[in-house]
Design a binder for this molecule. Structure first.
Ligand code: CA
Length: 235
């Protein structure tokens, strides 16, 4: 079955271009040009238990902000399994963080290339598919091998000793490899909800992880920074 995508975009030209590109890639595409239309389609699809696998969501819609659809989806019973990529011309760091914290899977600033969009869609869908069944527990890219189940990390075959906190942080990044996790998400998962402001903990522990896992910690190739937003583990 073709992966279903709901494209929410009011710009007719962009909607047409994306619709065509996604169809060529084999996606089953529906589109909505307004917030009301998108919400109505989601409600109808949810009633049939056929919510799309992915929503591409423009924020500046003529009848209201796209953020409203994201909030609704995340509050809905089965909406949590829907991947959401925000496509927007707005690109303040604060807004990006708010969206990721609010449950968006990724964020693409307009204008973007179709190739990049397709690549991001594949990452997000793969991750969603994994999350639905089981998160990534085994990671092996280049010389780095992480086995969460066995609690083992090795670099070029040599075991790497991590402290419990370092391991916990690396485990969070590994489970969602390829996706940015915000400071808030990481602090909550590793230290707890009362530590969301303690971004210096993250800086410290990321530096320690990089010292142990990167060839050149000053130029990390695995444990990457999304400036002002968070961190991610390269796929
Ligand atoms: Ca728009």
């Amino acid at each position: 079955m073709n992966t279903s995508v709901l494209l929410v975009e009011d710009d007719p030209e962009l909607r047409h271009t994306l619709r065509q590109a996604l169809s060529v890639e084999g996606y089953a595409v529906r589109s909505a040009a307004s917030l009301a239309d998108a919400q109505a389609q989601c409600a109808a699809l949810a009633a049939m238990r056929q919510l799309p696998a992915l929503v591409l969501l423009d924020l500046g819609l003529p009848d209201g902000p796209g953020q409203r659809l994201l909030a609704r989806l995340r509050a809905a019973e089965r909406g949590a399994v829907v991947a959401v990529i925000v496509i927007s011309a707005q690109h303040s760091e604060e807004e990006k963080i708010r969206l990721l914290d609010g449950g968006a899977d990724d964020y693409l600033v307009k204008p973007f290339g179709v190739g990049e969009l397709l690549a991001r869609m594949r990452v997000v869908l793969r991750r969603r598919g994994q999350v639905q069944f089981a998160a990534t527990t085994h990671y092996e890219v280049g010389a780095l091998c992480i086995d969460l189940a066995a609690h083992r990390v090795s670099l070029a075959g040599e075991p790497v000793h991590l402290t419990p906190t370092e391991f916990k942080l690396l485990a969070c990044l590994t489970r969602q490899a390829g996706c940015v996790l915000t400071h808030r998400q990481l602090l909550t998962q590793v230290w707890g909800a009362e530590f969301t402001e303690h971004t210096h903990y993250l800086r410290l522990y990321m530096a320690q992880l990089r010292a142990k896992l990167e060839a050149n910690p000053a130029d990390p190739q695995r444990l990457l920074t999304e400036p002002g937003v968070g961190y991610w583990l390269a796929e």
